[in-house]
Design a protein. Structure first.
Length: 213
C-alpha cells in the first residue's frame, strides 16, 4: 500500500510541473485561463475568448469588402451602407456591422474582468525578448520581430488583391502575374511577391535562433 501511495505522489509531482508548463505556453500572458488577447491589432491586449479573437481576425480580413467602392466622405475608409467602423481601439476603421461594433465595445468594457491583476508585461511565450509570434495564422508560433509580424498581417489583409480575377489553374487561389503563394506554413495560399515568400521561408529556418530554450 505504501509503495502504491509513493508511486501516486511521484506521478503527481512529475505531472504538475508539466501541466503548468503547458498552460503557461498556451495562455496569453495577463489573461485569466481560458482567455486570450483579442489581437485586433498588434498590441491589442484586451482579454477575450478564443472565439472572439477568431471573430476579430475574420473582421480584419473581411473589412476591405465592407468599404464603399471608390471611397466616400471618409476617403478610402468609408464603409458601405449598413456597416460602421469597429472602433475597438483608437483609429480602428475596420468596417463591420453595428452589432459587431457593439460587441467590441462590450469586450473593452469587460476586459478587466478577464485580466490577471498586476500580471507581468505581456510577451510571446517561447520567444526570446524582443521577438513575437509571426501569427500569419492562428497557431503560427514562429518567432520574428514585431515588424515582421506586422508585415505578415498586412500580407494577409492584402492577399485577396493579389489574386487573379475570375480564378485560374489553382481555382480562386490563383495569384495574378508576378505573385506567388507565401507558403509560410502548409496550406498557406496568401498571394505575395517572390521576395516575401523567400523571406517567410527564411523566417521558418531562423525561428529556432529566436526561440526561448
Amino acid at each position: 500500500m505504501r509503495t502504491k501511495t509513493l508511486l501516486k505522489i511521484s506521478a503527481i509531482a512529475i505531472a504538475a510541473p508539466l501541466i503548468s508548463a503547458i498552460a503557461a505556453d498556451t495562455a496569453a500572458a495577463g489573461c485569466r485561463p481560458g482567455y486570450v488577447w483579442r489581437d485586433a491589432k498588434d498590441g491589442d491586449g484586451v482579454c477575450v475568448t478564443p472565439e472572439a479573437r477568431a471573430d476579430a481576425k475574420r473582421q480584419n480580413a473581411n473589412g476591405p469588402n465592407n468599404r464603399q467602392a471608390g471611397g466616400g466622405s471618409y476617403g478610402p475608409n468609408t464603409c458601405r451602407q449598413g456597416y460602421v467602423w469597429r472602433e475597438a481601439f483608437a483609429g480602428d476603421v475596420v468596417c463591420v456591422t453595428p452589432y459587431e461594433r457593439d460587441v467590441a465595445k462590450r469586450q473593452n468594457a469587460m476586459s478587466a474582468r478577464y485580466t490577471i491583476p498586476d500580471a507581468p508585461q505581456a510577451r510571446a511565450p517561447g520567444c526570446r525578448p524582443g521577438y513575437v509570434w509571426r501569427d500569419a495564422k492562428d497557431g503560427d508560433g514562429i518567432c520574428v520581430t514585431p515588424a515582421d509580424r506586422d508585415e505578415a498581417h498586412r500580407q494577409n489583409a492584402n492577399g485577396p488583391n493579389n489574386r487573379q480575377a475570375g480564378g485560374g489553374p489553382s481555382g480562386p487561389n490563383t495569384c495574378r502575374q508576378g505573385y506567388v503563394w507565401r507558403e509560410a506554413f502548409a496550406g498557406d495560399v496568401v498571394c505575395v511577391t517572390p521576395y516575401e515568400r523567400q523571406k517567410a521561408k527564411q523566417q521558418n529556418v531562423d525561428a529556432a535562433r529566436y526561440s526561448q530554450r
